[in-house]
Write a protein that binds this ligand. Structure first.
Ligand code: ADP
Length: 248
């Protein structure tokens, strides 16, 4: 047990909010039909914090994460990353924001099949200012011995860990993960969560992980439950668990 890691008395890893959202709404217009994906979301996420976004399918989790990651913009309200206004940024500004500050991990790994693990990661580090060496990023996800494997030669969990190595190799400030275990079996999913939790703990990378799997919320500092486009509750975990301590 990591007694110190599960103390309810520990303060938030940092009291500095990196994300501040106020009154976020998102309306998708599908012909005549309007889909209200977000109906007024207020939140703060703090530096080095580990947040889990929980909620049923369709509750707005991906829409919220995409706005925080600069992949989408809200219909109204405001979203700030430090002093970057994500609400009024143009495409070029959002692209720069994503490139410099955000690592994404999705349910599907989106690796380039004709490139090895090392080459998939190196592709990203070539575009970054102070990247981790690709070998180091892959070692961090326990794939130091799979550098020259192609995606087709790796399991789903290994491919997801390459995707995580790729996301962290540019030393992002935030790691945004949308159902990172969604396509993985139980044991492999746990391994991937362990990697994300370790990166958050060791590199201090602020992490937000979407899941519809309630027990996974136990590994977070705070849990935001979404329902019908709103944040229904925000709770701090009194005892944050390590992924190997949970089951679902
Ligand atoms: P979750 O991640 O919780 O499953 P989403 O944010 O993906 O929820 O979706 C919220 C709502 O917005 C859903 O009703 C979904 O169908 C709708 N939605 C999401 N993306 C789009 C889109 N690009 N166009 C139209 N509707 C969308």
């Amino acid at each position: 047990m990591h007694a110190e890691a599960s103390s309810p008395h520990l303060p938030t890893p940092s009291a500095t909010p990196v994300f501040i959202a106020r009154g976020l709404t998102k309306v998708y217009k599908m012909g005549e039909v309007e889909v209200h994906a977000l109906r007024g979301v207020d939140l703060e996420i703090y530096a080095s914090e580990f947040v889990v976004l929980l909620g049923p399918s369709g509750s707005g989790k991906s829409t919220l994460l995409n706005i925080l990651g600069g992949l989408d913009t809200p219909t109204s309200g405001s979203a700030m990353w430090r002093d970057h206004d994500l609400t009024h940024a143009n495409d070029a500004e959002l692209t720069r924001y994503r490139r410099e500050h955000v690592g994404f991990v999705f349910q599907f790994y989106n690796l380039i099949p004709s490139l090895t693990a090392l080459e998939n990661v190196a592709l990203v580090t070539e575009m970054s200012d102070q990247p981790l060496p690709p070998e180091e990023a892959l070692a961090l996800v326990n794939l130091g011995d799979r550098l020259n494997h192609y995606p087709s030669q790796m399991s789903g969990g290994e491919q997801q860990r390459v995707a995580i190595a790729r996301a962290i190799a540019k030393r992002p400030d935030v790691l945004l993960c949308d159902e990172p275990t969604g396509a993985l079996d139980y044991a492999t999913g746990k391994l991937v969560l362990e990697v994300i939790a370790r990166i958050n703990a060791e590199l201090g990378t602020t992490a937000a992980v979407i899941t519809h799997n309630a027990p996974i919320a136990q590994i977070a500092d705070r849990v935001m439950r979404m329902a019908d486009g709103r944040i229904a509750s925000i709770e701090r975990n009194a005892a944050k668990l390590r992924p190997e301590q949970i089951s679902w």
